[in-house]
Ligand binder design. Sequence first.
Ligand code: ADP
Ligand code: MG
Length: 263
Amino acid sequence: MSALAASPAAVEPVVRARNVHKAFDRLEVLKGIDLDVAPGETVVILGPSGSGKSTFLRCLNHLEAIDRGSIEVDGEQIGYRWHRGRLEALSERATTLQRRRIGMVFQQFNLYPHMTALENIIEAPIGVHGERRAEAVRHARELLDRVGLGAKADSYPAQLSGGQQQRVAIARALAIRPRLMLFDEPTSALDPELVGEVLATMRDLAGRGMTMIVVTHEIGFAREAADRVVFMDGGHIVEEGPPEAVLGNPQHPRTRAFLGRFI
Ligand code: ADP
Ligand code: MG
């Protein structure tokens, strides 16, 4: 944190999630999630399969509508607005504008196969956000350099390794100049020898002060790069704290049982 930053209590969080509930039909997936993420903070979410991690990330950028509670990003309510004393759903257009603040990287890279790395990166800035082509290309090249792929601008996804494709996907997410980056198991689909290069890119991003929420099973990444580790189980946050505490000395039996698999 810079010397100019105010005391932590005075800093507005980038993410403020309160009592977030989400069900699919009768299946209650999120049962009251509270989470604040401070500017520049990297939060790693751990938890067993089915605990609601992906659903929570998807709620943060309104890919899923929440049933109860509230989510604010940068102080703005996500997916809804107050209108004449009532909450009403935002228009598609307003939702798109909100998503501009949030970059998301998935397990599957989902690059467009018929577009080069560079074209994949400039697509949203130009197509969705109306950025000028010359500026979008300049920024895309800068981002490719940053993820170590400056020489691959004109390669097609099929010509890139999985690790390289995921780094292009990270550059693509950064191209919209997000305020917040969400990662959902970004290395789970990769061959083991390619995991390190993607985690290194994410570590670099965290070191540059990006605000990040990362769902991963990479305990080493959590230990080294997280400011805070959150353990989710059954739609609840059951434990959270600094990585040393949650990983080194977990208090909740569920956290212990989960981490036991990695020791
Ligand atoms: P995690 O990412 O922690 O593995 P998810 O958030 O993907 O967990 O899923 C939590 C639960 O919600 C699972 O039981 C899953 O089957 C269910 N679920 C997720 N998305 C949907 C959906 N669109 N429709 C119905 N059930 C869903
Ligand atoms: Mg998931």
